[in-house]
Design a protein around this ligand. Structure first.
Ligand code: HEC
Ligand code: HEC
Ligand code: HEC
Length: 429
């Protein structure tokens, strides 16, 4: 494994060199670049399907809805949309025929996009995206809940439909980052907790709940504030940039629904834009969740005779040690550490249970799928065993987070029966 540690040093240099490149924008129109930053393709297409032709099933609290075709096809897509129609859908959640869109379309975030960027996006969809004839599917929402008029009331309560207003006390880079994170990037759609009406409780840093972590689609999108253990308090600005560009750094590797974001969106952003986003994110004050300090008590147990009696340690040695090492330090950035890795200390253990049950999807960066994947243990370990391992990794090597029960594992096992359906893929050529 010497070569791996050597590679990780070389990786940091390479990742840095990649960040310093001018980026891919030359061959990309402004509209296409913005469509990537907004990751329209992640929702408006299915793996293996045509880009933007719709068809993806999204779970919402009122039932499953199918995302629509937004290619410029006149009959099944948005070919007859005027700029005004498009703007209404994007920033106010109103379709051309006047029906209200469910906020599964992130228009509460897109409301912050500037007029100029809406226009560039419109031009891209009308002039550059090939029209695809593909009919939209009926939503699977019980009829009583399927009336869309309550969304108008929802919008009055929760939609802040002002475009992004720059904070003149902050730098241009910070403002650019805030605009991208809050608006186009709609990072809060996954990372901000939702209220009782499925509304994101905050849309900017004025509320400490903004980007503080949330459960969605069977993953927990982790805390992006400066909390020291479960948040990004120990990450430098460069760590955040490298993560968004490559999906990995020396602390952590992207997995779950975050793969979708790296694969189709952030890896394409310019150095300046990633820099702004990292400056903004690392400025979000975090809750005080204690300070992470590594310790090796567990290592002595795993190497000594006491291990036999310690179920979690024993199972870890049998199943996980070969990649993540008994020190919990792994071989970053390819085999991530578990010691001090923020999502390992998430307040909600859903992501950890999910990845141990189902394994990870493959990151595709620079056109190359990665070689290392986390295997799934759905078949080989029972609920109690997975609970023991996850509880073990949440409490050792200086990690400190609540234990996990077999019932929690059973819950996620049932919810992710068809986990393979949602494997993120590269969809926008
Ligand atoms: C997080 C998922 C998600 C993302 C990202 C997303 N959309 Fe949507 N979008 C939806 C859903 C879901 C609907 C349908 C909502 C409904 O049926 O009420 C929708 C509907 C639309 C509509 C209305 C079409 C119609 O008549 O049904 C347009 C236009 C649209 N989106 C454009 C975009 C564009 C452009 C982007 C990127 C800038 C984008 N969307 C990104 C989920 C998403
Ligand atoms: C579709 C849901 C989704 C969206 C949208 C999303 N994320 Fe994530 N993100 C996740 C999940 C789930 C995780 C936890 C798994 C992991 O660490 O990769 C995560 C993790 C991360 C991490 C790593 C945190 C850590 O401690 O390891 C960073 C950084 C991050 N996201 C930044 C962003 C930014 C910036 C945006 C907006 C451009 C964004 N995310 C949008 C789902 C999402
Ligand atoms: C064959 C090597 C291998 C084995 C064995 C393995 N893992 Fe992993 N694990 C990985 C890789 C590679 C990743 C990063 C994958 C990704 O995020 O796309 C990963 C990611 C993770 C993560 C998410 C952390 C992050 O930053 O990505 C957790 C938690 C985890 N593994 C726990 C475990 C546990 C618990 C076991 C034993 C039950 C285990 N792993 C066994 C290779 C392995």
């Amino acid at each position: 494994m010497k070569t791996l540690s050597f590679m990780s040093g070389a990786f940091s240099l390479l990742a840095f060199a990649a960040l310093a490149q001018p980026g891919e924008e030359q061959s990309t129109s402004q509209g296409q670049y913005l469509a990537r930053a907004a990751n329209c393709v992640a929702c408006h297409s299915v793996p293996g399907g045509e880009a933007f032709a719709g068809g993806l099933k999204m779970a919402t609290p009122v039932g499953d809805i199918f995302v629509t075709n937004i290619t410029p096809d006149d009959e099944t897509g948005i070919g007859t949309y005027t700029l005004e129609d498009f703007d209404n859908a994007m920033r106010r959640g109103l379709a051309q025929d006047g029906h209200r869109l469910y906020p599964a379309m992130p228009y509460p975030s897109y409301a912050k996009i500037t007029d100029e960027d809406i226009e560039a996006l419109y031009d891209y969809f009308m002039d550059e995206v090939p029209a695809v004839w593909q009919e939209n599917k009926e939503n699977e929402i019980p009829w009583i809940l399927s009336f869309r008029w309550p969304i108008a009331i929802w919008n009055i309560l929760f939609l802040e439909d002002d475009t992004y207003a720059a904070d003149s006390y902050k730098s241009d880079a910070w403002n650019r980052g805030a605009y991208l994170v809050q608006g186009l990037g709609h990072c809060g759609a996954c990372h901000t907790p939702r209220g009782i009406a499925w509304n994101e409780v905050a849309f900017d840093e004025s509320d400490p709940a903004y980007l503080s972590g949330a459960f969605l689609d069977n993953w927990y999108a982790s805390d992006l504030t400066q909390s020291n253990r479960a948040g990004l308090g120990r990450w430098s600005k460069e760590d955040v940039e490298i993560f968004m560009k490559t999906g990995r750094n020396n602390h952590s590797t992207a997995f779950g629904t975050m793969d979708e974001v790296i694969i189709n969106s952030t890896q394409y952003l310019s150095h300046d834009d990633l820099d702004g986003m990292a400056i903004y994110i690392t400025s979000l004050p975090g809750a005080h969740d204690g300070e992470y300090v590594y310790n090796d008590y567990a290592v002595a147990v795993m190497r000594g005779p006491e291990r036999k009696g310690a179920q979690g340690a024993n199972l870890y040695m049998q199943n996980c040690e070969s990649c993540h090492v008994d020190t919990g330090r792994g071989y970053p950035p390819y085999l991530p550490p578990l010691a001090g890795n923020p999502p390992v200390m998430d307040s909600d253990p859903a992501s950890l249970i999910n990845i141990v049950l189902n394994g990870s999807s493959r990151l595709i960066v620079d056109g190359t799928p990665d070689a290392y994947r986390m295997p799934g243990y759905r078949k080989s370990l029972n609920d109690q065993e997975i609970a023991d391992i996850v509880s073990f990794m949440r409490s050792e090597w200086g990690n400190k987070a609540s234990p996990v029960s077999a019932a929690q594992v059973a819950g996620l096992r049932a919810l992710t029966e068809q986990a393979d359906d949602r494997m993120p893929t590269l969809r926008m050529k």
